[in-house]
Design a protein around this ligand. Structure first.
Ligand code: AMP
Ligand code: ZN
Length: 115
């Protein structure tokens, strides 16, 4: 656990979040400032700053993060209409929290290219 990391603290339940999934490795919770009707963040327990810091050793964990997102999409019944999965990396992509997180976005039409 990294000191002063917001998402490490959410994983440790030191900061509350509206959790929609939890196991020993992964937690998913509603984004505090949703930009779509479904806006869920999926995070690993391990403090990894971002997508560019992943190694082959993280492959199974990363696949599980995607599986959790897919399961939540099923539960929210957005799987048919479609949804978007986003990892922001660095300031130009809009990353503000430097603990790996997957955004699950759905429930409305998404523009392309993204803003
Ligand atoms: P990013 O900009 O890709 O780093 O995404 C960080 C996300 O974390 C943003 O969408 C924020 O709205 C969200 N966020 C920040 N603080 C919290 C919090 N305490 N609980 C839930 N989501 C949060
Ligand atoms: Zn962290």
């Amino acid at each position: 656990m990294a000191e002063e990391c917001l998402f490490c603290k959410i994983f440790a339940r030191e900061i509350p979040a509206k959790e929609v999934f939890r196991d020993e490795e992964i937690v998913a919770f509603d984004d505090i400032r949703p930009v779509a009707p479904t806006h869920v963040l999926v995070i690993p327990k391990e403090h990894i700053p971002g997508i560019h810091d992943l190694t082959p050793a993280h492959a199974t964990m990363l696949a599980r993060m995607v599986q959790v997102a897919n399961r939540i999409a099923d539960e929210r019944k957005i799987d048919r209409d479609g949804y978007r999965v986003v990892f922001n990396k660095g300031p130009q992509a809009g990353q503000t929290v430097y603990h790996l997180h997957l955004h699950l976005l759905g429930g409305r039409a998404m523009g392309w290219p993204p803003g």
